[in-house]
Design a protein around this ligand. Structure first.
Ligand code: ADP
Ligand code: MG
Length: 543
């Protein structure tokens, strides 16, 4: 395996530029797919968790290819991405990589901004266009963009594009671009819809999985706090107060909640602000800039708004409320624990939400630790220690303060060292002492889980299966009008032959299928945590 970008076969201009960006050696995804992208023509589906360096994995070989095409001025590469923030970020990344490639142009087009300037920018005929699906369709309709000669089409965050309802737009775009092109699809997860896109629009796509599918970064630790619903905000504050150097994203479920939480935090004196779709482009840019510059320590955001945003060094991701689609959790927690740093992903739940934690554990293949919210006293000591650390770390500008020392000494001549210290600390610290005086214990300690309570264990277990077969349980049944035919069709579409399918038992909200032992695991891998007719499908082997 190649250890350097040189060995992967990239040209020296690119290597120089990425070297300046601090890329010393390729990440596993890059190592895995760049050589294929440079030497072959086939379509690739690449599954890799967030933060693994996918942008460069597709960006660098695309640029290399444009160089090989003598930088000719026609649109050669199209990148589709779900949000405008991500579009802008990909564009910025590509511009950074191509810093030393003169005459290389990247234009981004996305909704929520004036279309005229974008049409004008496209007149330059950039070699690369980065677009959100809706806006691109609009531009295609106005004949403002010519995609007739693209050789590479990249679908970034494909699962998210489909989650956001871009299916029809995607179909329309994919129908309208030339057949003779390579398609690269990147996704953190592989729900059935994404597979469908891959099957319809890609040819013999090679599926490359880097790292464990669906799993988050190993650098992330997962915790949850359980409180009464009414205490959710108080719990959030306590978590935030307990980590004085917190730099993180607080995820909410809706725009409204995002706004409410941000407003409450601002009112309570935190460096926080909201990022969601109701804001104007300018407001969003401003919030993002402040956050990236760390002038904001807490970004309160919806999933959509925060998707793909590349902010490094987040110390925490806080799930103020879990997403409706628990699968989103991976994307959220993937925002922290990047670049060899460790991060914490924290979830605040109420007593009824434990089963969601269990479901997420299955997806990420890791367990959550139930953490106890710190008491008021613990928060205060933590804050105090941190303040002292900050004071210790402060640089003293001797010369500049010299003239004032006399003044101060005069004023405080009757005060003891101890008194002075106390007063200094109180300036900052009284807010916490006041707030946490008599602060109640918000924790709800979990009772031992009763068997069957979470619906994990099947209420019904099928009789012994046929020899050489295993029972696979699927979370769909007559309630969803599932019939034997449906199940057989589903299995055959996964590539299981008729002889690999045995008995089928369909219950009300689950069904059991006998699958030949050697295919059972594959079937579960392909079906568990995917979507079936718009609802989440869970599957597993019944031992
Ligand atoms: P993904 O799309 O997989 O979520 P990104 O492409 O946004 O990940 O990359 C995540 C971060 O890692 C970015 O800040 C990027 O600059 C950085 N990065 C990517 N490749 C490398 C590399 N080879 N060496 C160092 N940093 C890298
Ligand atoms: Mg990405």
């Amino acid at each position: 395996m190649a250890n350097t970008f040189q060995e992967l076969g990239l040209n020296s201009y690119l290597i120089k530029a990425i070297g300046e960006m601090g890329f010393e050696k390729p990440t596993p995804v890059q190592e895995r797919i760049i050589p294929d992208l440079l030497s072959q023509e086939n379509d690739i589906v690449c599954l890799a968790q967030t933060g693994t360096g996918k942008t460069a994995a597709f960006g660098l070989p695309s640029l290399e290819r444009i160089v090989a095409h003598n930088m000719e001025r026609y649109t050669q590469v199209l990148v589709l991405s779900p949000t405008r923030e991500l579009c802008k970020q990909i564009t910025q990344d590509l511009r950074n990589y191509s810093k030393y490639l003169h005459d290389l142009h990247v234009v981004d087009v996305y909704g929520g901004a004036g279309i005229e300037p974008q049409i004008k920018a496209l007149k330059k005929i950039p070699q690369i266009v980065v677009a959100t699906p809706g806006r691109l369709l609009d531009l295609i309709g106005r004949k403002a963009v010519d995609l007739s000669r693209i050789h590479t089409l990249i679908l970034d965050e494909a699962d998210e594009m489909l989650n956001m309802g871009f299916k029809e737009d995607l179909d329309a775009i994919l129908e309208s671009v030339p057949q003779q092109k390579r398609v690269l699809l990147f996704s953190a997860t592989l729900p059935l819809e994404v597979e469908k896109i891959a099957k319809t629009y890609m040819q013999d796509a090679q599926v490359v999985t880097v790292g464990t599918r669906n799993s988050g970064s190993d650098n992330v630790k997962h915790y949850y706090y359980m409180v009464h619903e009414k205490d959710r905000y108080l719990a959030l504050k306590r978590v935030v107060d307990y980590y004085p150097d917190i730099y993180g994203i607080i995820f909410c479920r809706t725009r409204r909640e995002t706004g409410d939480v941000a407003t409450a935090l601002i009112k309570d004196g935190y460096d926080a602000d909201a990022l969601h779709g109701d804001l104007s482009q300018m407001q969003r840019d401003q919030v993002m800039r402040r956050f990236k510059e760390k002038n904001l320590k807490l970004l309160v955001a919806t999933d959509v708004a925060a998707r793909g945003i590349d902010v490094n060094n987040l110390s925490h991701v806080i799930n103020y409320n879990l997403p409706d689609e628990v699968e989103q959790y991976t994307h959220r927690s993937g925002r922290t624990g990047r670049a060899d740093k460790t991060g914490k992903s924290i979830v605040i739940i109420n007593t009824k939400e434990q089963s969601k934690i269990r479901r997420i554990e299955k997806i990420i293949n890791k367990t959550f630790a139930q953490a106890k919210l710190p008491t008021g006293e613990e928060v205060c000591s933590k804050q105090l220690l941190s303040m002292i650390d900050h004071i210790n770390a402060v640089e003293v500008r001797e010369e500049q303060i010299a003239p004032y020392i006399r003044l101060i000494e005069d004023k405080w001549q009757d005060m003891s060292r101890k008194e002075i210290i106390k007063k200094f600390l109180s300036v900052e610290f009284n807010r916490f002492l006041d707030y946490y005086r008599n602060a109640p214990d918000l924790n709800i300690i979990q009772e031992k889980k009763k068997k069957n309570e979470e619906g994990d264990a099947p209420a019904y277990t099928p009789k012994r299966g046929e020899k050489g077969f295993k029972w696979v349980k699927l979370s769909i049944g007559t309630k969803q009008s599932v019939t034997t035919r449906h199940i057989i069709r589903m299995m055959t579409s996964l590539g299981v032959g008729k002889r690999g399918i045995g008995k089928i038992e369909i219950r009300r909200s689950e069904c059991f299928v006998n699958i030949s032992a050697n295919a059972a695991k594959y079937v579960v891998e392909q079906t568990n945590n995917t979507e079936y007719r718009g609802r989440r499908l869970w599957s597993g082997i019944v031992e």
